[in-house]
Design a protein. Structure first.
Length: 357
């Protein structure tokens, strides 16, 4: 079975795609975003996958790729088009190449027009394809900068994408209306720029008169992506918390395990967000924990020291995860959830006060 996830960066409306082989657990990421690396890494780890490669559909002008950061974390290869001219990749792919992950693979199809190095990736069974900024849902990528060529794009779409099976699902690099997927049959019939009887000259005339402003991040994004996302100076830590060994979850919560908490217990504020009866009930509470029920946390947050990290705990980790969100909204930066709550703490044999056997 194929493991598949579609992720989005709200800032640039960029889709990132995770594909994995459920047997070998090998996986690839298509079109990562620098600011979303922590999210993507959390998903890879939670699904117990081995990231073997990050793949670019082209040199992006609206966001910086996360490929370099992910390679640093997972030792994954960076794959880009040979025609892109980008530096720092581990493999430069061309039309007809295969990108393997476990028993599955993606076929590389060259689809220039938006840029010279635009690629479409087709899954081995032709059930889905990832079209980058070439073909969008009821639209297409721009052709007015970065080697753009409307005639070339028209031919790329008709020869490399519209020749796929009708039922093949198409996943674009972006969508600005919240649309997520389309199909070859739909776009061949309904795409207002390319479908039906629209000819190459019609398409070129349409594209030459779009008059769109350039992407806001183009001056930053293109040079960075020509280096496969490697920063020129110090590496952006992406607001990483360094006060303890923490894990970032796909749910967007920093967590700390019981052993790591014990290492920093004397340096942090431990907030127990259960009700009073639970605090002194059978599970007991951790030495030094301060009781502030979740329902009271927002109005009592001023009681907390903003200069010391905070760890929140509850019975199972659910309410304390919400407490982390509330505290972050209140301006507290160094906050983590005690993973598994009191249930995990007790199960691991850590000491408690006032608890039963």
């Amino acid at each position: 079975m194929l493991i598949f996830r579609q992720l989005i960066d709200p800032q640039s409306s960029t889709y990132t795609y995770l594909l994995g082989d459920d047997k070998t657990r090998e996986a690839v990421l298509i079109d990562t975003v620098f600011e979303q690396v922590r999210r993507d890494a959390a998903l890879v780890n939670e699904l117990d996958l081995k990231l073997v490669a990050t793949i670019e559909t082209h040199v992006h002008a609206d966001h910086v790729t996360g490929a370099w950061l992910l390679k640093r974390q997972f030792s994954s290869q960076i794959l880009v088009a040979k025609a892109s001219g980008a530096q720092g990749a581990d493999r430069y792919v061309i039309n007809g190449d295969r990108i393997e992950f476990g028993a599955r693979y993606l076929e590389v199809r060259a689809t220039p027009g938006h840029t010279d190095g635009c690629l479409t990736y087709v899954l081995d069974d032709e059930s889905m394809a990832f079209t980058g900024d070439c073909l969008l849902i009821r639209g297409s990528g721009r052709t007015d900068f970065q080697q753009g060529d409307a005639h070339q794009m028209y031919r790329s779409i008709h020869t490399q994408i519209f020749t796929l099976p009708d039922q093949c699902l198409l996943y674009p690099g972006h969508d600005y209306r919240g649309l997520t997927v389309t199909s070859v049959a739909e776009e061949r019939e309904f795409n207002p720029r390319l479908g039906g009887q629209i000819g190459e000259a019609d398409f070129a005339g349409y594209m030459e008169n779009l008059s769109l402003p350039h992407p806001k991040q183009i001056a930053k994004a293109v040079p960075a992506n020509m280096r496969c996302g490697e920063p020129e100076g110090a590496v952006d830590a992406l607001d990483a918390q360094t006060w303890a060994p923490l894990t970032y979850t796909f749910a967007g919560i920093w967590e700390i395990g019981p052993p790591a908490y014990e290492e920093v217990a004397n340096q942090v504020q431990l907030i127990d967000v259960r009700e009073a009866g639970e605090y002194s009930g059978p599970l007991g509470h951790i030495e030094g924990a301060r009781l502030i029920p979740l329902a009271e946390l927002s109005k009592r947050s001023a009681e907390l020291d903003r200069d010391r990290p905070i760890v929140a705990v509850c019975r199972s980790g659910a309410r304390s995860a919400q407490a982390v969100v509330l505290l972050q909204k209140a301006g507290f930066s160094d906050v983590a959830n005690l993973a598994g709550g009191m249930l995990r703490w007790r199960a691991a044999g850590y000491p408690v006060k006032d608890g039963g056997d």
